[in-house]
Design a protein around this ligand. Structure first.
Ligand code: HEM
Length: 492
């Protein structure tokens, strides 16, 4: 059977392809000035080099979506084993090149970053994140990043160190020896309070219940969308979207109120919000209330779950590795001798730092970065057409035996003798890289180390008999059923 398709239709290739495939019950299409539909032809619209790349077989319409959704990490691992550093998958209509060599990651994130924008899943979060740093692009993003960057300089974030420790000690004052807790829940609550205080000097303890319920609803709505073949736009009133809209309205109410209070009183408590409010570019222009709201919401979202997950994974790993835990305790007891840690202590706590680094290697809370090509370019010699997506997974690259000996073992000491300098630059990229590098990386590293040092001095967190710790890769990599622990006071 042969069907002629005008070449001008080719820009709508994927939609067209699906229509014809469904209509004619075929499994492959060909394109050219005229296109012939044939059950046996290969897809000649692919550039030659990509065409040579292999990938797992998929369903004619869904592609590999079902396999991907059934087990994202296992799916990527299995295909990396089978096909190596670059392979092709399809998630519904989305064509995706998966690259797992550090040099290819560097090409996408750094050397050829101008060919790409953030991938499609992030663009589906506009209702919540608006045009904030995580989702905006081009000149708008560049201006926002420049305005926000000074708020994240080392000396600025150092101002939050004492508050982070004080909030942790406040949490610990309610912890008791022998108590059963969910370390994931506790870390979420604590990092939410910390980011709110750092962002808008707000004691959200009172308001935190409402803010965290709203935040959880937003996260759940994000999660519910991941891996869906048909994307329902956020404005369509499905039950999930209605819950999302209500939660965003509640968060908006809190955030806009804070912005207007601050503008009205002119108060400057030196928090991130006032830094963003006072930020001006060379033309003296600042941010509108809407831009401020989008940035604050982005920092709120990006800045608490990521750190909470990292800490939750740390407690899980320490509980399973008493020898690492003992070494950590030895360092903390020797350097701090029971007092509260400060920012100045961090350079004297190298093992604590290695525990954080190693946890971010094995359980990188951002487990996948995606980019979409807006300019045709080549990655590792493979031509990537406009509209295609490239995936890079920390879960795969960080566990590659070419860069890490015995990669599945939790061995913080592997970082003690300059490993970071010996491996390729992008063999380890928990915070991404290039111009879109995480703006909060120093904030996150400081916070994680301080909270770890404060808590580990006072308590051991042992896995509860009913603990079932399973990594769930959604927007972030988090423990699906939390991390159930039983507390053991260190003095006992
Ligand atoms: C362990 C904790 C964290 C991890 C692992 C992490 C990871 C990442 C990664 C991988 C990206 C790049 C995403 C991409 O290229 O598509 C990113 C971007 C970003 N992160 Fe983080 N992050 C963490 C904590 C934070 C914190 C604490 C904040 C703010 C307080 C923050 C704010 C942001 C923002 C605003 C962006 C977008 C930056 C831009 O595109 O200009 N993150 N993060």
């Amino acid at each position: 059977m042969s069907v002629t398709i005008p070449a001008t239709w080719v820009s709508n290739r994927i939609r067209l392809e699906e229509t014809i495939l469904v209509g004619c019950g075929l499994d492959r299409l060909d394109y050219g000035t005229t296109c012939h539909v044939s059950a046996s032809h290969r897809d000649s619209s692919m550039p030659a080099t990509l065409d040579r790349l292999a990938g797992p077989k998929g369903h004619w319409l869904r592609g590999n979506l079902s396999q991907f959704v059934a087990g994202r990490l296992g799916f990527l691992e299995e295909n990396f084993q089978k096909y190596g550093d670059a392979f092709l998958i399809r998630l519904g209509p989305k064509r995706i090149l998966v690259v797992s060599h550090p040099d290819l990651v560097e090409e996408v994130l750094v050397t050829k970053n101008r060919c790409f924008i953030k991938h499609f899943a992030l663009r589906r979060t506009k209702l919540t994140l608006g045009n904030g740093l995580l989702t905006s692009e081009g000149d708008f993003w560049r201006r926002q990043r420049k305005l926000a960057q000074p708020a994240f300089h080392r000396e600025k974030i150092a101002q939050h160190a004492a508050m982070m420790v004080a909030y942790t000690e406040r949490m610990l004052s309610s912890w008791r020896d022998g108590q059963a807790r969910d370390a994931q829940d506790d870390m979420m609550q604590l990092t939410l309070e910390i980011v709110a205080k750092a962002l808008f000097d707000a004691e959200v303890q009172g308001e935190s219940a409402r803010a965290s319920v709203a935040m959880n609803t937003v996260m759940a709505a994000f999660t519910a969308r991941v891996g869906k073949m048909i994307h329902v736009p956020e404005w369509i009133p499905t039950p999930v979207n209605l819950r999302l809209q209500r939660a965003v309205r509640q968060l908006d109410e809190i955030v806009f109120r804070m912005i207007s209070d601050r503008r009205r009183t002119g108060e400057d408590p030196g928090d991130l919000l006032s830094m963003l409010l006072n930020a001006q570019d060379e033309d003296g222009g600042g941010m509108t209330d809407r831009q401020l709201r989008d940035e604050v919401m982005t920092l709120f979202m990006a800045g608490h779950e990521t750190t909470a997950n990292t800490l939750a994974w740390i407690w899980y790993l320490l509980a399973g590795h008493p020898e690492v835990e003992a070494k950590l305790h030895e360092e903390l007891d020797r350097v701090l001798g029971g007092r509260s840690p400060t920012m100045d202590d961090l350079p004297n706590l190298p093992y604590t730092d290695q525990v954080v680094t190693e946890t971010l290697r094995l359980y990188s809370t951002v487990w996948l970065i995606g980019r979409e090509a807006v300019e045709a370019c080549t990655i590792g010699g493979h031509a990537v057409p406009v509209g295609w997506t490239v995936y890079m997974s920390q879960w795969i690259v960080h566990r590659d035996p070419r860069w890490f000996d015995d990669p599945l073992s939790f061995r913080p000491e592997r970082w003690s003798d300059g490993l970071m300098k010996r491996i390729p630059r992008y063999a380890y990229f928990p915070f991404g890289g290039g111009p879109r590098l995480c703006i909060g990386n120093n904030f996150a590293l400081m916070e994680t180390a301080l909270l770890l040092a404060t808590i580990a001095q006072r308590f051991r967190l042992q896995l509860a008999p009913d603990a079932n710790v399973v990594p769930l890769p959604t927007m972030t990599l988090r423990p699906e059923f939390g991390v159930r622990v039983v507390l053991q006071g260190r003095s006992s």
